[in-house]
Design a protein around this ligand. Sequence first.
Ligand SMILES: NC(=O)c1ccc[n+]([C@@H]2O[C@H](COP(=O)([O-])OP(=O)(O)OC[C@H]3O[C@@H](n4cnc5c(N)ncnc54)[C@H](O)[C@@H]3O)[C@@H](O)[C@H]2O)c1
Length: 198
Amino acid sequence: MKISVIGTGYVGLVSGVCFTQMGNSVICVDINEKKIKNLKQGIIPIYEPGLEELTLQNYKNQTLHFTTIVVDKSTIQAELDKRGLDIKFDVVSNPEFLKEGAAINDFMHPDRVVVGADVNQVRNGIGSDNRIGYSFIYPGCGFGEKLDGKTFAVWGLNFKPEADDMREASAITIINELTSRGAKVIAYDPKARDEKIA
Ligand SMILES: NC(=O)c1ccc[n+]([C@@H]2O[C@H](COP(=O)([O-])OP(=O)(O)OC[C@H]3O[C@@H](n4cnc5c(N)ncnc54)[C@H](O)[C@@H]3O)[C@@H](O)[C@H]2O)c1
């Protein structure tokens, strides 16, 4: 895989280096020009056991690259549209729980790794880590798609489970947003009170 890591601090540098160690090709980008210049010369900005050795080794192998970045605040899809490109990409959010001082070991030997697209399975996997727990992991909406001609099913409309109250329910905001972008919405909740939307 080709991976870009934005920010080469405690988290980004360790992650980038470990990803190369796993056989990926990684570009580490940072806004700090001095840091990038130093890294290219083998000067590591932080101490983590094993980090210097792995950084130098993978940089020498040319699987690890360092560069500065120009931040583009366009949304990715809008930017690709503007450039007339249709590139498939994944956006991964990886909650970080590395312990400084043991970061390489934590990364290379994680307590658990969750891979999957079924959000309920992901929630079970992540929630079983008792540093996180189950209570707060409920998915929000995705973003960035053109919605014309698409139909969305929305299940669960109340403002929270085991209630029937629709006041300020986030489902209303979401449904209004979906329909305003051209989507058709079929919504269902066995308990929700009648509520006029839009
Ligand atoms: N350090 C930890 O143990 C730890 C653990 C869990 C989560 N986090 C979170 O991870 C994130 C990074 O933490 P860290 O400890 O690695 O921080 P850090 O300060 O060591 O590194 C951040 C890096 O990002 C760079 N940066 C800042 N703005 C940038 C931009 N616009 N474009 C490119 N690079 C940019 C900085 O120059 C710096 O090198 C933070 O949100 C932190 O809260 C850190």
